[in-house]
Design a binder for this molecule. Structure first.
Ligand code: 3PY
Length: 249
């Protein structure tokens, strides 16, 4: 039985003042949730999360990390730096990074390897564009994206992955995959994990992302291979984020 996981992806939002309120409201509303939860925040706010969330049930993490250990990489942030701020998670290969920063499957895989080596859980994002879905390429696209990561890691490390299926056409658009559409892809991803490590694959959390909100969270998470959500806009309002976490109970 996989425990559900709900992660807020704050993207480039927040301020010290608004974060303090949002985090304390989330923590206050978490009581007795059966699901695990975390927020992935802009890097400057990791220290604030560490100070405010240590000892609470809400985890925290970053939205990207460098594949390099350190050195002359202006603007980059290493896994050791994320460790310094107690990060449990890092989002890797979000479609906004693939699209706006040209991140390739190979770079995403290298970042996942770096995170795993540091003991930080990579939340590896995978998903097709609208054009790819309409051309019936969804399964091939997600297989290639996940395949690059699986080729770079050991069979033992499969157990340490979290995946997020985020159809690009459902991100920031208000459109959501139907539960069955999402389940179909999650099942394909799970089968690919099984081929690398059947025992570990059964325990890997595969989150759905892409306009998950309180209104659709319960039916999405009721599907057998949907183990939680990676939440965009709805993670910025405590009431909405908490409603999704409790929909996972
Ligand atoms: C969204 O729901 O918009 C996301 O991109 C979550 O990562």
């Amino acid at each position: 039985m996989r425990r559900k996981l709900v992660v807020g992806n704050w993207k480039m939002n927040g301020s010290r003042t608004s974060n303090a309120v949002l985090l304390s409201e989330i923590v206050a509303g978490l009581a007795a949730s059966g699901a695990a939860s975390a927020v992935c925040v802009p890097a400057p706010y990791l220290a604030q999360c560490q100070a405010q969330l240590a000892g609470t049930a809400l985890g925290w993490g970053a939205q990207d990390v460098s594949a390099h250990a350190g050195g002359a990489y202006t603007g980059e942030i290493s896994v050791a730096m994320l460790q310094d701020f107690g990060c449990g998670y890092v989002v890797i290969g979000h479609s906004e990074r693939r699209a706006y920063h040209g991140e390739s499957d190979a770079q995403v895989a290298a970042k996942a390897v770096a995170a795993l080596a540091a003991g930080i859980t990579p939340i590896v994002c995978i998903g097709e564009t609208l054009a790819q879905r309409e051309a019936d390429q969804t399964n091939a696209v997600v297989a290639q994206q996940l395949g690059a990561v699986l080729a770079a890691i050991s069979a033992d490390d499969v157990a340490k992955l979290v995946l997020a299926y985020e159809p690009v056409w459902a991100i920031g658009t208000g459109k959501t995959a139907t539960p069955q559409m999402a389940q179909d892809v999650h099942q394909v991803l799970r089968a690919q994990l099984v081929a690398k490590n059947a025992v570990a694959a059964a325990g890997v959390q595969i989150l759905y992302g892409g306009s998950m909100k309180p209104e659709n969270a319960k039916e999405l998470m009721a599907m057998p291979d949907i183990d939680g959500g990676l939440i965009g806009g709805a993670a910025l309002k405590a009431a909405d984020f908490l409603a999704i976490i409790h929909a996972a109970d």
